[in-house]
Design a protein around this ligand. Structure first.
Ligand code: HEC
Ligand code: HEC
Length: 376
């Protein structure tokens, strides 16, 4: 879609160049080439950490974006915009192809002080795709998925026939388990769940990643929340530094200062980050990010590459300050052989205090019998 309209646009622009000169053209070219909304949709995961779209979308850290080009800028009801954004609107900001393009290229330089802590989309074509996608989403949230017109549907080659669902009476009663329900999990289903990694590196996937590769991934997918140096933007978590602060009144617990094992870093990033788009990173990307987090904490140099082969060679600084849970060896637990479950105190139970006397029951309007205030 983008290619074909892009081409005709090029022809038109060639003409324009002759008539109007190159300067004006480049301004026009920036804003009017049409993007591909479906391609834009594929780029939306990087926004989804902060923005919801579609029917019933709510505000997250950022406002919901349904119909964002159909409403005045910064007008989503119930969302509290930054002062910087409100000021821009007073100065006449309206979302159109050009302003959205500029905002998405570098939100924080287009509207200095905006709450949208997002690095921006450097690629112009991708920005156009994203704008096309945003424009397709109507105020009621439809348009997230392209609706194929009936004519197009009729045109398109027939879709493969759907497999008929098996009837209940035809399903084989499983022999496994106690209740004979369900079926045994497939090896690939188990593998998809079984992703934990032990401190010694057991469970690590194949692959590797360097500090160098980590920089780019971190800068585009993590820095907007965790800060370029892991110092944390706003109140998002700090990931680096804080060494020697653990005995302070307000310790700075970071990956470097606090976490005992590197396996937790790998596992956490792989399972949970980037926030809002979990499980989107490849294994090599997670290796690279883990290496980069080590680098941000001064634990490796910039040449470092992490893999299963050298994983257990990394000792985290705070590893020795965790102790096993030895509570059961403490005298008060060790003395109890069997916990008492019956007749533990002599005599029958006696009420010694009443909630009203303790003054924890709300008043019911003065009358002792009134509902709400008379519970003892
Ligand atoms: C880290 C969170 C974050 C990410 C990631 C993010 N945004 Fe935002 N966005 C915000 C916040 C917060 C605002 C409100 C800005 C303000 O008030 O200064 C905002 C505002 C906007 C607005 C203006 C909304 C309005 O109601 O006028 C648009 C459009 C927008 N974002 C699009 C995007 C797109 C597209 C992406 C992905 C390429 C994206 N944002 C990624 C947090 C984010
Ligand atoms: C939209 C904001 C956002 C983005 C983007 C993001 N994170 Fe996070 N990150 C968070 C939040 C929020 C938490 C805390 C979550 C919690 O405690 O449940 C967190 C926690 C973490 C932690 C644990 C910190 C601690 O000490 O408990 C690590 C490590 C981490 N993120 C790494 C990353 C990496 C690597 C990326 C990029 C792939 C990333 N994050 C992207 C918001 C974000």
């Amino acid at each position: 879609m983008r290619n074909s309209s892009g081409n005709s646009f090029m022809q038109r622009s060639a003409l324009l160049t002759l008539i109007m000169g190159a300067a004006l053209l480049s301004a026009a070219a920036r804003v009017s080439a049409a993007g591909d909304a479906d391609a834009g949709k594929k780029l939306f995961p990087q926004c989804a950490a902060c923005h919801a779209v579609g029917e019933g979308a709510r505000h997250l850290y950022g406002p919901m974006l349904n119909g964002v080009t159909e409403r005045p800028a910064a007008s989503a009801e119930g969302y509290s915009y930054s002062d910087a954004m409100k000021r821009s609107v007073e100065e006449g900001l309206v979302w159109d192809d050009a302003t959205l393009d500029a905002y998405l290229e570098s939100p924080m330089s287009y509207i200095s002080g905006t709450k949208m802590a997002f690095a921006g989309i450097p690629d112009e074509g991708q920005r156009q795709d994203m704008v096309a996608f945003l424009k397709r989403i109507a105020t009621d949230g439809t348009g997230v998925v392209e609706e194929i017109s009936q004519a197009e549907q009729a045109d398109s080659s027939p879709v493969a026939e759907e497999e008929p669902r098996p009837l209940a009476r035809d399903t084989v009663v499983p022999e496994h388990g106690v209740l004979h329900l369900g079926r045994a999990a497939l090896p690939e289903e188990v593998a998809a769940w079984d992703i934990d990694i032990r401190p010694d590196g057991q469970g690590l996937p194949a692959g590797s990643g360097s500090v160098e590769a980590g920089v780019d991934i971190y800068d585009t997918q993590c820095a907007m929340c965790h800060g370029v140096f892991g110092e944390g933007e706003g109140r998002w978590p700090v990931l680096a530094g804080g060494f020697d602060s653990l005995t302070d009144e307000r310790p700075e617990k970071t990956v470097g200062s606090y976490w005992p094992y590197l396996s937790t870093v790998f596992d956490y990033v792989r399972r949970a980050m980037p926030f809002g788009n979990a499980r989107s990173l490849s294994d090599d990307e997670v290796y690279s990010l883990t290496a980069y987090l080590l680098y941000l904490n001064d634990l490796v140099d910039e040449e470092f590459t992490l893999s299963a082969g050298n994983f257990d060679a990394i000792a985290m600084p705070n590893v020795d300050h965790f102790i096993d849970d030895d509570r059961m060896e403490e005298p008060q637990y060790a003395a109890i052989e069997e916990p008492c479950m019956q007749d533990c105190l002599p005599g029958s139970a006696v009420v010694t205090q009443r909630a009203r006397i303790l003054d924890v029951t709300p008043d019911g309007g003065g009358d002792d019998d009134a509902a709400g205030g008379s519970i003892d």
